[in-house]
Design a binder for this molecule. Structure first.
Ligand SMILES: C[S@@+](CC[C@H](N)C(=O)[O-])C[C@H]1O[C@@H](n2cnc3c(N)ncnc32)[C@H](O)[C@@H]1O
Length: 417
């Protein structure tokens, strides 16, 4: 009996947590798992079954018969169709090619030579354009001494060679990709995430019974109502264009509200008022913004003019998150007398060649900014409201370096107005 089989037989497998690992679930929810899937080293099948329930054709492979028998039993109990087989991942039988290989904890059980071989096997199992998602111990741990790098993920020091980064390079050189699922840490991933999310929502969602039915949200000059409320669910909009005193309410009292927006968001303003997006309730409002502002002649993907607002209860920035691609552009405020106010987290890591930027000119930002360059002409950032550690950054403040979600280093440039 191997160590793995003994752990399954005696029910002592610490990794067998009765559900798929959260990091891979998040990856699947954001569209990183595609088409036909191989769950390599599938254990008792929780991840395979989760992905099958999401509609993927799935093959699960594990070397241990006890684990595979358990996985098959679960599939029958749950009425899910997954092909589970007992096989050595390093010498797999003919399984065909896959769009996605998911590895939840297998890679790091191999020693050096087997890792070399594993890379070759994965490469041979992927279709052109396919990719592998590997959840494994990290190459390094900032905590040192094998401490978890970032809470919520499996991240420990791993000195084996080749490292996951070495393997990633090699698999990429062969035309496929391996994404380390410990964050969204490359331009490729954030752009893929945004376009997949927006496409999926547009395809799958007709906005249900909501007061909006696709198209843009623009009340127009003679609109019957200047306010629309969306309750828990996921919605698609081509753009959002709110004039003075017009309001989009994301009512999260019965669950989170998520919007996928193809184009841009313009919150117009004047001395008397401005357009507003307001989160109500205890949940989160999330916007995935493709941001093709040029189509509308807007200068920015999120354009907030004087007096406009993105607001949450008690300025709780964790309740609003805006995810944009690596070239997202945001302006908060125009003019200095009537401040625009943004409360939330702006997330668009710039990646290798991205040019994400946030311009604050007559506006206040409460929360976190995770983009490329931020300029503050006037106004300020109440940075870290999201992390409950407010620090006000204004034009004369020192440049700060910020790491958040271990994704990106923030660069804030203060320029004179
Ligand atoms: C850490 S466990 C992870 C199991 C499962 N993916 C999960 O997340 O619960 C590693 C798994 O890899 C399997 N395994 C180890 N060596 C293998 C090999 N050469 N081929 C196939 N499976 C293997 C073990 O039996 C075990 O189920």
């Amino acid at each position: 009996m191997t160590g793995f089989d003994a752990a399954y037989v005696h029910d002592t497998a610490p990794w067998d947590v009765g559900r798929p690992q959260a990091a891979i679930v998040r990856a699947a929810e954001t569209g990183l798992v595609r088409g036909r899937v191989l769950d390599i080293g599938c254990g008792t099948g929780e991840l395979s079954l989760y992905l099958a329930a999401r509609g993927h054709p799935v093959v699960g492979v594990d070397a241990e018969p006890t684990a595979v028998a358990r996985a098959r039993r679960k599939a029958t109990e749950r009425g899910l169709d997954v092909e589970f087989c007992v096989a050595d991942a390093l010498d797999p039988p003919e399984l065909g090619r896959f769009d996605t290989v998911v590895d939840s904890g297998l890679f790091h059980v191999f020693d050096d030579p087997d890792r070399e071989h594993y890379v070759e096997v994965i490469r041979s199992l992927l279709r052109p354009g396919g990719h592998a998602l590997v959840l494994c111990f990290a190459d390094t741990a900032s905590g040192g001494g094998g401490q978890p790098d970032v809470a919520g993920h499996i991240n420990y020091t791993d000195n084996c060679k080749p490292s996951i980064s070495d393997c990633q390079d090699r698999i990429q050189a062969a035309g496929a990709t391996v994404n380390k699922i410990n964050g969204i840490d490359t331009m490729h991933n954030i752009n893929l995430l945004i376009s997949t999310k927006v496409d999926d929502v547009r395809t799958d969602n007709d906005n249900g019974a909501a007061a909006i039915t696709g198209g843009g949200l623009d009340f127009g000059a003679n609109a019957p109502s200047d306010e629309v409320t969306l309750t828990n669910g996921t919605y698609y909009l081509e753009n959002i264009d709110l004039d003075d005193d017009e309001k989009l309410i994301l009512d999260t009292s019965s669950g989170d509200v998520t919007l996928a927006v193809e184009g841009g968001i313009r919150l117009e303003g004047s001395g008397s008022g401005g357009g507003t997006i307001e989160v109500q309730g205890d949940g989160s409002g999330n916007i995935y913004l493709h941001g093709e502002d040029a189509r509308y002649g807007w200068s920015d993907d999120l354009q907030m003019e004087e007096n406009s607002g993105v607001l949450t209860p008690n300025d709780n920035a964790t309740q609003f998150k805006l995810y944009g691609p690596d070239d997202l552009s945001v302006s908060v405020g125009a003019g200095t007398s009537n401040l625009a106010k943004f409360v939330g987290v702006l997330f668009s890591p710039p990646g290798r060649s991205g040019s994400a930027r946030v311009d604050i000119d007559g506006g206040e930002v409460y929360g976190g900014i995770l983009t490329g360059t931020t300029t503050i002409d006037s106004g300020s950032i109440h940075y870290d409201e999201a992390l409950r550690n407010t620090q006000v950054i204004s034009r004369d403040s020192k440049v700060v370096r910020v790491t958040y979600l271990h994704v990106t280093i923030n660069r804030i440039e203060a320029s004179s107005g």
